[in-house]
Design a protein around this ligand. Structure first.
Ligand SMILES: Cc1cc2nc3c(=O)[nH]c(=O)nc-3n(C[C@H](O)[C@H](O)[C@H](O)COP(=O)(O)OP(=O)(O)OC[C@H]3O[C@@H](n4cnc5c(N)ncnc54)[C@H](O)[C@@H]3O)c2cc1C
Length: 453
């Protein structure tokens, strides 16, 4: 990047909002060996647009950055360019309690939004595994969700509209404040989940929900995974929990080893949340105790005790990855096949003597397999992952690779869905971002654009 470019950035933003010192550059990378040239700190969408316009003129890469809590999962190491830190976008433009909507800037964290909306007894039901430091923009861009998506859906269910800076520096506004607001393509949902590669999301119009009167967490402990899975089917079918998670014994052990044990008893555990009116929640808990009291060890938690359980749940991946790194395989299944897959993959892990654990958003048929300290080369893992994929396909499931940086491996998974998909992704990216400047290191698109081989 030309040295005069930093000066140009300072001219459009002010010198305090542009940093090219090593400390700032190191804080904004997914790979310490590969740093951006500069980090900028805009304060609103107009400033974001000015930076993108300048970068587009020079053909310089721009990488959106929220709290950086999970950028490494979505971004590859970059070669220079500008990281655009969006945490300065902090305004609440409107909080309309009667219409249960809010128009906010996307650098606000989920914790900040919780506090603001809580004042009106409303909330945005989003609980990404990475926690409440995440920015709203990061969650929209990566379509993050968490255990409560079973009861409440995902961020896309709460988006009424967006303001987005396009890779050309233009600003577009999609949707509006009303529920029915699409007259053309559904641009809001198209741009959400585009991983920062099609636009930078600067504002969002959100639909909010009333806070439930009561929420409790029930931990059910079983001797075998099979029993836990059977109970999970009944729980979802009969009593509609808002979250229904399964943690296997290996994961519970790993969490204990890092000092974050999951409260409760029993070898294999279901962690279940019920929320709603007090009478309804109390009735649900009574029903669960009556049905499973003999088979399972049951403990009920609320408030800070319940919060500690969900905090521990969030650390499951870290418990496996530690300092040396881990790998995440994700399998999505029809709900009724989830138990069969989990018991099969459990046997498979045991047969391979692999250091891996299973955690599932069971209620959504979404299973995570955490693999401890895998070799860096994907090829060395291929047989193990193929084994998991075969078990998933057998149960009608889809296998996804997460924090793997091997583009060829990711491309294969996409190609399996049909030959037209990669060219489509490429055409969309090129149409919106003709110079290829926006998040060119986003995995969502890098595998479509990078040379074959
Ligand atoms: C590939 C991927 C899949 C994920 N899947 C899940 C999941 O299924 N469940 C779950 O709970 N969590 C998931 N996460 C984690 C989720 O990203 C985080 O919970 C949340 O996005 C982190 O917020 P953040 O502010 O730290 O974002 P960051 O980590 O800073 O950014 C995340 C991604 O979003 C982009 N980005 C950030 N802000 C903006 C913006 N305003 N406009 C455009 N792009 C932006 C970044 O370039 C980056 O690619 C996933 C993350 C990634 C990258």
């Amino acid at each position: 990047m030309k040295s005069t470019f930093v000066k140009e950035l300072q001219d459009v933003l002010g010198s305090g909002q542009v940093r090219d010192d090593e400390e700032a550059r190191r804080a904004a990378t997914v790979d310490p060996n590969s740093l951006p040239d500069a980090v900028v700190f805009p304060q609103d969408g107009e400033q974001v647009a000015r930076v993108v316009l300048l970068a587009a003129k020079e053909g310089i890469p721009v990488i959106p950055w929220g709290a950086g809590r999970h950028a490494f999962r979505g971004l590859l190491p970059l070669r220079g360019g500008i990281v655009i830190n969006l945490t300065g976008l902090q305004r609440v433009l409107e909080f309309d309690q009667d219409n249960q909507t809010a128009y906010v800037e996307t650098g606000l964290s989920l914790a900040q939004l919780k506090e603001i909306f809580g004042g009106g007894r409303l909330f945005l039901p989003l609980d990404p595994v990475e926690g409440e430091d995440c920015t709203l923009g990061g969650c929209i861009a990566s379509h993050a969700s968490g255990p409560r998506k079973l009861g409440y859906g995902t961020i896309k269910d709460y988006l009424l509209g967006l303001e987005v800076v396009l890779p050309t520096g233009e600003i577009v506004r999609t949707g509006g404040k009303t529920v029915k607001n699409v007259q053309d393509y559904d641009n809001t949902r198209f741009l959400a989940g585009s991983w920062g590669a099609l636009g930078i999301i600067t504002k969002a119009m959100l639909k909010l929900k009333p806070l439930p009167e009561k929420e409790v967490t029930v931990v059910l402990g079983f001797s075998t995974l099979g029993e836990a899975c059977e109970a999970a089917y009944t729980l979802r079918k009969e009593w509609g929990p808002v979250a229904l998670e399964l943690l296997d014994s290996r994961t519970l052990e790993a969490l204990k080893n890092i000092g974050s044990p999951v409260a409760g008893e029993g070898k294999e555990r279901l962690v279940v949340a019920f929320a709603g009116f007090t009478e309804a929640v109390d009735w649900q808990v009574e029903q669960v105790a009556a049905r499973f009291g003999r088979k399972a060890r049951i403990n009920v938690y609320a408030n800070s005790e319940a919060q500690a359980i969900w905090e521990a749940r969030r650390k499951a991946f870290a418990a496996f990855s530690g300092d040396k790194g881990g790998l995440l395989g994700q399998v999505s299944l029809p709900f009724t096949s989830t138990g069969k897959f989990i018991t099969a993959v459990d046997e498979f892990i045991s047969s391979k003597e692999a250091k891996a654990g299973i955690v599932a958003h069971f209620g959504n048929g979404h299973v995570h397999i955490f693999i401890k300290h895998p070799p860096l080369a994907y090829s060395e893992l291929r047989d193990f992952l193929t084994g998991i994929e075969e078990l998933a396909v057998k149960e009608g499931g889809l296998f996804l690779l997460d924090n793997v940086w091997d583009l060829k491996a990711i491309r294969e998974k996409v190609e399996n869905r049909g030959p037209a998909l990669l060219p489509l992704l490429k055409r969309i990216k090129e149409a919106l971002d003709p110079k290829g400047i926006l998040a060119p290191n986003s995995k969502a698109i890098a595998y479509a654009l990078s040379p074959q081989g």
